[in-house]
Design a protein around this ligand. Structure first.
Ligand SMILES: C/C(=C\CNc1ncnc2c1ncn2[C@@H]1O[C@H](COP(=O)(O)O)[C@@H](O)[C@H]1O)CO
Length: 268
């Protein structure tokens, strides 16, 4: 070892400050090996690859892969809905019609790539000759991307995937669904309400299914003052496919008028 190397504080020297990038560690927090040692010492424990700093790299790679795969998608609409909708359910037929109508209006269709209502929208888009996208999610019970997805990206993290649904879409169409669908719906509403995305239409399809939720929002949430009346205007409720697609087209046209050329709909 050179003199300089001997003088340098050893990572396990708990009497000295230990610096790892912006992080300072002292006393019991001083690690007993360096990052390089853990990288190069193949006999050492491999547990560190399962730590949060390492996860950040995987998370980053999901964003990079997602952005790369979808960058040239063009105008698109994200369609959500239950993974459990059966092919003989009227909602499945509605999903197919929505997928096809969006393609005819010039949009690519993005779904979660799974079964049920997602599959229906992908089937409609694929059958209409449009771009059918599936953003799959790794789940303990693997279902894989449905057969109507032409461009698929699989994600490990829900939050990375959810960014793609918003970033690459001009609006959301939400078919009847459970917790996953509700999560996607309320994330979108929150982003619009807080102006993280602007001019972003959200259409609920299936008046019978969604009316109870809208009624509850009006009576309980609006009544308690936890939301404002204009927040409810963010949502369009319809059974009509043409009205759903028309709402997205109208918002697109409004955006063209309001926004200077080249400005996006998504705040950073
Ligand atoms: C339940 C089953 C499979 C689940 N597979 C999924 N694949 C892809 N995306 C999914 C899946 N499950 C939920 N999602 C996402 O949430 C929404 C649907 O959730 P819900 O609780 O069913 O409403 C959907 O939009 C997806 O983005 C086996 O049948």
């Amino acid at each position: 070892m050179t003199d300089a190397a001997q003088d340098a504080p050893q990572p396990w020297d708990a009497t000295q400050d230990y610096y790892k990038g912006p992080v300072v560690m002292r006393r019991s927090k001083v690690p007993d090996s360096t990052t390089d040692q853990r990288l190069l010492d193949s006999r050492g424990p491999a547990d560190w690859v399962h730590t949060d700093p390492w996860r950040v790299m995987r998370i980053q790679s999901e964003f990079v892969e997602g952005f790369g795969a979808l960058a040239e998608l063009g105008p698109a609409v994200s369609v959500f809905g239950s993974a459990r909708t059966k092919a003989d359910d009227p909602t499945y037929a509605l999903g197919e019609r929505v997928g096809a109508a969006l393609v005819h209006a010039g949009y690519a269709v993005i779904t979660g790539g799974g079964p049920g209502a997602m599959e229906a929208a992908n089937k409609g888009a694929c059958g209409a000759g449009g771009t059918s996208v599936g953003l799959g999610i790794e789940l303990p019970f693997e279902t894989g991307l449905n057969e109507y997805v032409d461009l698929g990206v699989n994600f490990r993290y829900f939050f990375a995937r959810k960014t793609m649904f918003v970033k690459y879409a001009q609006g959301f169409i939400v078919l009847p669904g459970g917790f996953g669908t509700l999560d996607e719906l309320f994330e979108a509403i929150t982003l619009v309400q807080t102006q993280k995305v602007t001019s972003f239409p959200i259409v609920l399809m299936g008046t019978t299914y969604w009316q109870g939720l809208i009624d509850w929002l009006k009576s309980a949430a609006l009544g308690a003052g936890t939301i404002s009346a204009k927040d409810l205007d963010l949502i369009t409720l319809t059974d009509d496919v043409d009205e759903a697609v028309g709402t997205i087209l109208a918002a697109d046209r409004g955006r063209e008028v309001d926004a200077p050329e080249g400005s996006g709909t998504h705040a950073e």
